[in-house]
Design a protein around this ligand. Structure first.
Ligand code: A3P
Length: 287
């Protein structure tokens, strides 16, 4: 139970000294030793960065068609699904995780041909999205606190998957220190402003052929409105409120401006400047 300073608590799972969602312990234990395959495609992101969106795009690209029903992202989630079930999946596997760089399956770094897709997002929009997620999406957190207190929890990394800042620094440094890793870096904002260009770039990275009609179909099938309607109505995994539209809440860039007060914005900037000095995140989210 993590107290938010306002009299409410956020419930997370503590395992190995780290904060996780309410995932099975054997799945969490198995993350580090999961066996990778040369042709694995792995989507990596801090929560609420647009991973369901990118998952849908990747699955269509790998299938070469939009005439499929994409499996729920949770089916390929490292840390949630038991390792033996991930190991039973046919190749090429499409996996995803919110694990920090240092907690990734070590074998991913031995198999130099795994393809990693790293998605980042403005940490202020992530904060707002995560707040709604903690409050309304998953019952386990049983969080009934208020935005102003939540923001402090988030800035202190007192949430599952912990600090956005540590997560982002860890991945930036991990990518920098391992130049032979195959990583495609993208962002929620890049997808939002140039979805067509991003789909072509993803296709190139994944080594799949696409033509303009297919790209257009993917744009349409993965639009916020379509995904909200087709995917948002389903129960996603145990503990998610059925028919919750919260996973497809707003789908905007800059919604944080509707939530942060001037004082909260200053509080955020001070933490950001201190935590992210000397990183590339500055260029992406300068204020
Ligand atoms: P908001 O809460 O700001 O609306 P994740 O999938 O990593 O959990 O991220 C969820 C965020 O991505 C939510 O942000 C959600 O609305 C947004 N999102 C999901 N599908 C999207 C889509 N097809 N287009 C744009 N945004 C999408």
């Amino acid at each position: 139970e993590l107290p938010d300073g306002g009299g409410n608590t956020l419930r997370v799972k503590k395992y190995g000294g780290r904060f996780w969602p309410d995932f099975p312990s054997e799945s969490i234990i198995g993350v580090e030793s999961l066996l990778a395959r040369e042709d694995d495609v792995i989507l990596v992101s801090y929560p609420k960065s647009g991973s369901h969106w990118v998952w849908e795009i990747i699955c269509f690209l790998m299938a070469g068609t939009t005439e499929i029903v994409v499996a729920d992202k949770e089916v390929g989630m490292i840390g949630l699904v038991r390792p033996e079930l991930l190991e039973a999946q046919p190749s090429p596997r499409i996996l995803n995780t919110h694990a920090h760089f240092e907690l990734m399956p070590r074998d991913v770094f031995n198999k130099k041909t795994c393809k990693l897709i790293y998605v980042t997002r403005d940490p202020r929009d992530v904060a707002v999205s995560y707040y709604n997620n903690h409050k309304k999406l998953v019952q386990y957190y049983s969080y009934t606190g208020h935005w102003k207190d939540y923001l402090t929890l988030y800035l202190n990394g007192q949430v599952d998957y912990e600090s956005w800042f540590a997560y982002t620094r860890g991945w930036e440094q991990g990518i920098r220190d391992n130049p032979d890793l195959l990583v495609h870096v993208t962002s929620y904002e890049a997808l939002h402003y140039d979805i067509t260009g991003e789909i072509y770039r993803l296709a190139k990275f994944l080594g799949v052929e696409v033509d303009a009609p297919l790209v257009e179909q993917i744009v349409s099938e993965t639009s916020f409105a379509t995904m909200r309607q087709t995917k948002g109505a389903r129960e996603i995994f145990g503990g998610v409120r059925p028919s919750s539209p919260v996973m497809y809440r707003k789908g905007k860039v800059g919604d944080w401006k509707n939530w942060f007060t001037v004082a909260q914005s200053e509080q955020f900037n001070a933490v950001f400047d201190q935590e992210m000095a000397g990183t590339k995140a500055f260029e992406l989210y300068s204020h």
